[in-house]
Design a binder for this molecule. Structure first.
Ligand SMILES: [Mn+2]
Length: 437
């Protein structure tokens, strides 16, 4: 598996500290281990911002960055080498190897964090930590309370708390060339898995079996895990936006919607395609599918230099609303329908979301209350859809239960965009040809 160079993580820490005043202490913790049942743990997945700044995959680890008068100091508190623990639970990097492996100044045992943190906070101006992370908030608060009680010993407590998230989120939103390559590789693997799913899908197969085909391809091509719970939704299950049961048989004459993407060294792909279980679209399915595809194309066409985030949604809404009027699922004038948001009955989500280390990645969508401009280095999904209520008897039966979403992963560039998932068939003709082959 290709990985980012460790120097990139060190450069991020340096860039972060350069944005902060002298005398700050930055505290970033690894993700917690969560129990699945009994004494079995959930698969461990590192916290994205912690990994972004450290490149360290182990739990029970804390990064402490300081910006004192003598310059920056990057310290890590991690698990110590322990033969017995490693025989039972797996290898550890250890305190001795960590500085060189991760380009840190110092490493200490996790057990010494509480005591050392107190020393590091003494005389500091501000503490910087993730306000999203209640575990870290408790750690910082306990340290500050203790320090505040030691004034007669000559200790001084920082006076300011700063949210780390706003700084790191802004950094994570703009992908470096190495990150773009990593995401493009995750997209390539995911595209190949979706193509494979179209090729092996047969009537009577269960949704989880088709999911397994996708996951097998992820693994065989070098991805260790999914970026999020895969959705494999046959027929009207596609109208459940976050359907994850994946336990129903795929029926002749139905569509199947697959929303699945792999993760590669903590970077996500997030792709959706909708295709006929038996390889041929019916006329009503084709009508809805091609309407969603036109909305998808209109959203992409809106990505021009200087475009706002909301321009993509506005373009998709216009096409979808117009199309729904033409086939009789909405009535009246286009402008009035858009104003009244009547399309929300069929298209109830937004055009997309930032994509990166998290599938719904960090980063603001608005600045000062206004939609922000798209900037080179951002990666967004573009994923319009139409979902027709299977139980709404006011809708002609031929449309009921059809659910279609088309989702690609889009890198914003200085001249427009680059579709990282463009190699996955998307037209009716291309999908039917692939499935017939
Ligand atoms: Mn998505």
């Amino acid at each position: 598996m290709t990985k980012l160079a460790i120097v990139e993580y060190a450069a991020r820490r340096k860039a972060l500290l350069q944005q902060l005043p002298e005398g700050c202490v930055v505290v970033v913790e690894s993700a917690q281990v969560h129990i699945r049942n009994g004494d079995v743990e959930h698969d461990y997945r590192q916290d994205s911002s912690f990994y972004y700044l450290s490149g360290m995959t182990e739990p029970d680890t804390t990064l402490v960055l300081t910006n004192g008068p003598d310059g920056q100091c990057h310290s890590l508190f991690c698990r110590t080498k322990d033969k017995l623990q490693e025989i039972w639970h797996g290898r550890r990097l250890g305190v001795d190897a960590a500085p060189q492996a991760l380009l840190l100044d110092r490493a200490y045992a996790s057990e010494s964090l509480a005591e050392k943190l107190l020393e590091m906070l003494d005389g500091a101006s501000q503490v910087v930590y993730s306000f999203r992370n209640t575990h870290t908030a408790n750690l910082v608060q306990q340290s500050l309370s203790k320090l505040a009680g030691l004034t007669r010993q000559g200790k001084t407590c920082p006076t300011q708390l700063l949210n780390l998230d706003s700084l790191v989120d802004a950094m994570r939103l703009l992908k470096s060339p190495a990150e773009v390559n990593q995401m493009a590789a995750a997209c390539d693997i995911s595209v190949a898995a979706h193509i494979h799913a179209m090729q092996v899908c047969t009537v009577g197969m269960n949704e989880y079996q088709l999911a397994a085909q996708v996951h097998h391809q992820f693994s065989m091509q070098g991805s260790q895990r999914v970026a999020y719970g895969s959705i494999v939704a046959g027929g009207e299950n596609a109208c459940i936006l976050h359907y994850t049961n994946n336990d129903q048989p795929l029926k002749d004459g139905d569509l199947v919607l697959i929303d699945a993407g792999c993760e590669l060294d903590h970077y996500a792909a997030d792709i959706t395609r909708t295709f006929p279980v038996n390889g041929r679209f019916s006329d009503p399915q084709k009508t809805i599918y091609e309407l969603v595809l036109r909305a998808h194309q209109a959203a992409l066409a809106a990505i021009v230099p200087g475009a706002l985030v909301t321009d993509m949604q506005d373009a998709a809404v216009k096409v979808i609303t117009q199309g729904l009027i033409e086939i009789g699922l909405l009535s009246g004038e286009l402008d009035q329908n858009i104003k009244d948001q009547t399309y929300r009955k069929f298209y109830m989500h937004n055009i997309g979301h930032w994509l990166g280390m998290d599938v719904h990645d960090v980063g603001l969508y608005k600045l000062h209350g206004q939609s922000r401009a798209l900037v080179a280095g951002m990666v967004t999904t573009v994923e319009p859809g139409i979902y027709i209520d299977p139980d709404d008897t006011d809708i002609p039966s031929q449309w009921r239960g059809i659910g279609v979403r088309i989702e690609d992963n889009i890198l914003i560039t200085s001249s427009g965009y680059r579709n990282l998932t463009a190699d996955l068939p998307v037209t009716v003709a291309d999908i039917e040809t692939l499935m017939a082959g």
